[in-house]
Design a protein around this ligand. Structure first.
Ligand code: LLP
Length: 433
């Protein structure tokens, strides 16, 4: 199994986080998002303990809200002592409504509007991760109006190609995000930020990509950032307090994906960071990391009901399910690989090759191509799509006026509860006038 929260029961059913998924499908209906609360907490603790062990008390992981965002998650983040990364007023509102301490929130995005900036300040967001000159000006203006000094980090691009898919590659020089170090522009924008009266530059941020497995990407990024910090110290007399290395560690979607041990990874980065600080005569900055996917991905699963099986002899077989790219868009967008099972037929031979497709009106609405399923697959079988806790609910759409499914939390092996209600048909026309 790709994750230790998956197992097969004596009844031949798929179990997830200790629950019979066939029972869950009956109880809550399909399509439905499931989330394993215990797994989320386990991942938060792995990051928190590793960061503090290797970088000291002040190091904090920030959960990247874009991976999955609903109120209950922020209550968990509060209880686990996590900070958060938010990228919009919508994510800020969700966190605020869950009572999250916003002084531990870092506001990203490459284009924060004046309205967003004011909204974030009004809600006590601790840090802005400023992306460009216009944003620095706008933050200065809003901070001046309020008579405050706003803490910021500057987003820089270290010029690293993480060798993940293009949509996820963000740290290269020609990126839309941040300011490049290599071109000299990073030093210029740092000087600019330091001159602002109502801005307190706490340090720098970089994020090189997502679903990254390559050996030493974070280490290389860290060295480039630390060398830049040394340049700032030498040329501007500026001492950096915080260094945020972003998110991006990869998760296992299929058996052939490697398993990354986060504690080991953080330890390796720490070794390089400490050695580089020594070499450059820098004090160790407070370290932040921003994991999203590795916190929630394998805590998630989507359950669907099979509607039809179409066999086109000599060509292809299709298994249609009652959701689609509207709730699980990552294959349509990135050809992302997943593992799927027939939850009620785990012990049959998986000898029937088929593409699992959704119910949206376009051929690109594919959940996964050429997967193996039991020969007997048919209407009313339950199909489980694994490792869907990241970038599914948060990227869901109402294409074809399909309602967004409920999110059900599972905990302690026996308990389940609704964290986000499923949309009703009425919800779909609520804003039509
Ligand atoms: N920090 C920053 C500034 C980011 O841009 C991201 C992801 C993260 C942290 C979290 O990265 P993670 O640990 O989740 O890899 N929709 C795409 C993923 C886009 C990621 C964007 N930024 C997907 O479904 O694969």
């Amino acid at each position: 199994m790709i994750c230790d929260n998956l197992s097969v029961g004596r009844n031949g059913h798929l179990y997830f986080a200790g629950h019979d998924t066939v029972d869950l499908a009956k109880k809550y209906g399909t399509p439905v998002y499931l989330m394993d609360e215990d797994k989320i907490r386990e991942k938060c603790r792995i990051y928190k303990n590793a960061l503090q062990k290797y970088f000291g008390e002040k190091a904090v992981p920030l959960y990247a809200s874009k991976a999955n965002c609903f109120k209950r998650l922020y209550e968990i983040m509060t209880e686990e002592g996590m900070g958060i990364d938010v990228v919009s007023s919508g994510e800020i509102l969700t966190a605020v409504s869950a009572g999250f301490d916003m002084s531990k929130a870092y506001f990203h995005s490459n284009n924060k509007t004046d309205w967003d900036i004011a909204f974030a300040m009004d809600n006590g967001v601790g840090y802005f991760v400023a992306d460009n000159y216009e944003e620095i000006d706008a933050i200065e203006k809003e901070a001046a109006k309020r008579g405050i000094s706003q803490k910021i980090l500057l987003r820089l691009t270290p010029g690293i190609d993480p060798h993940t898919y293009e949509a996820n590659s963000t740290g290269k020089i020609d990126s839309k995000f941040g300011t490049a170090i290599e071109t000299g522009q990073a030093l210029e924008i740092t000087k600019y930020a330091l001159e602002k009266e109502h801005i307190l530059l706490r340090g720098f941020h970089c994020h090189v990509g997502s679903q990254v497995f390559e050996e030493d990407v974070f280490e290389r990024a860290a060295v480039i950032m630390l060398e830049f910090m040394a340049e700032c110290k030498e040329k501007l007399g500026y001492i950096t307090d915080e260094l945020d290395l972003g998110g991006g560690y990869g998760i296992r979607y299929v058996e052939s994906d490697p398993h990354l041990d986060i504690e080991t990874k953080v330890g390796q980065v720490a070794e390089v960071v400490k050695a580089t600080c020594n070499r450059l005569d820098l004090a160790l900055p407070e370290i932040r990391m921003e994991p999203g996917r590795t916190i929630v991905a394998d805590a998630g699963m989507v359950l669907y009901t099979v509607g039809s099986v179409k066999k086109i002899a000599g060509y292809k077989n299709y298994v249609s399910i009652d959701g689609g790219m509207s709730d699980s868009p990552r294959y349509a967008l990135y050809k992302a690989k997943y593992t799927c099972f027939l939850a009620n037929k785990m012990n049959e031979a998986y000898s029937f090759k088929a593409s699992v497709v959704g119910r949206c009106c376009e051929s690109g609405d594919i959940i996964q191509e050429d997967v193996m399923l039991p020969e007997s697959v048919g209407r009313y079988d339950i199909l489980a799509l694994c490792t869907t806790g990241a970038y599914h609910y948060s990227m869901a759409s109402r294409y074809n006026k399909l309602p967004i499914p409920a999110t059900i939390m599972l905990r302690g092996g026996t308990e389940s509860y609704v964290a986000v209600k499923g949309e009703t048909l009425e919800d779909l026309i609520r804003n039509d006038v």
